[in-house]
Write a protein that binds this ligand. Structure first.
Ligand code: PGA
Length: 252
């Protein structure tokens, strides 16, 4: 049995009240009432309430881009999982490479963030991926396995509830995409690691992210272990995003 595909847009730090209104309305207008794949947008925290209202009674799911590992208290600037939950957030990205790189997030912190999300009933989209230097040094498998192992270590009992996103750092926002074969190879490595950790490794969706676009989505999504996409730049253009959704819907 294959997973229903998941296409999650990652808006990153983009948007405005006006632009979000236009984008979400255009995406909703182009979505089938019951799409054949799951579709989500992960929006900046201040816009969760706006997008929650725009998407009401639609199949579009809401996601956030980060979450605090803490439940509540003196953590100025942080947003807790239970706060996200109040806005009907179903997914939260954790461990995006931009957070690992610019905010010093460690594997252990990412694992704690995944735990906080799961405890609130939110599905963490756990990002893993190697840099170009790591790939060139032949360390891709070692790096992604280390990143996922930390999350398995802390969340082993409910690991089949997570989503994993393989995002090679060198492919993010660069226009360079991993080839379908390169991506499938890493996805198979991650699936094998999940197989050792859970009786339900197929239940875990493993998304590909990194310059996924309307032109390359179909060939990536056709790979046996690629269960969807985490889409950055192309998620800001409704036509491109909808074409990726259409490609994912054709896979089912
Ligand atoms: P990109 O970003 O599609 O713009 O490469 C993907 C991501 O960072 O999630």
């Amino acid at each position: 049995m294959t997973n229903r595909k998941l296409i999650a847009g990652n808006w990153k730090m983009n948007g405005s009240v006006g632009a979000n209104d236009l984008l979400v309305r255009a995406v909703l207008a182009g979505l089938a009432p019951a799409p054949a794949c799951t579709v989500a947008v992960c929006v900046p925290a201040p816009y969760l309430a706006q997008v929650q209202m725009l998407r009401a009674n639609s199949p579009l799911e809401l996601g956030a881009q980060d979450v605090s590992p803490h439940e509540k208290g003196a953590f100025t600037g942080e947003v807790s999982a239970s706060m996200l939950r109040e806005f009907a957030v179903r997914y939260v990205i954790v461990g995006h490479s931009e957070r690992r790189q610019y905010h010093g997030e460690t594997d252990a912190l990412v694992a704690d963030k995944a735990r906080a999300a799961l405890a609130a009933g939110i599905t963490p989209i756990v990002c893993v991926g190697e840099t170009l230097a790591e790939r060139d040094a032949g360390r891709t498998e070692e790096v992604v396995k280390r990143q996922l192992a930390a999350v398995i270590h802390v969340n082993g009992h409910c690991i089949s509830e997570i989503v994993v996103a393989y995002e090679p750092v060198w492919a993010i926002g660069t226009g360079k995409t991993a080839s379908p074969e390169q991506a499938q190879h890493v996805h198979a490595v991650l699936r094998a690691q999940l197989r050792a950790a859970t009786a339900h490794p197929q239940r875990v969706s493993i998304l590909y992210g990194g310059s996924m676009n309307a032109a390359n989505a179909a060939s990536l999504l056709a790979q046996p272990d690629i269960d969807g996409g985490l889409v950055g730049g192309a998620a800001l253009k409704e036509e491109d995003f909808l074409q990726i959704v259409a490609a994912a819907s054709r896979c089912d």
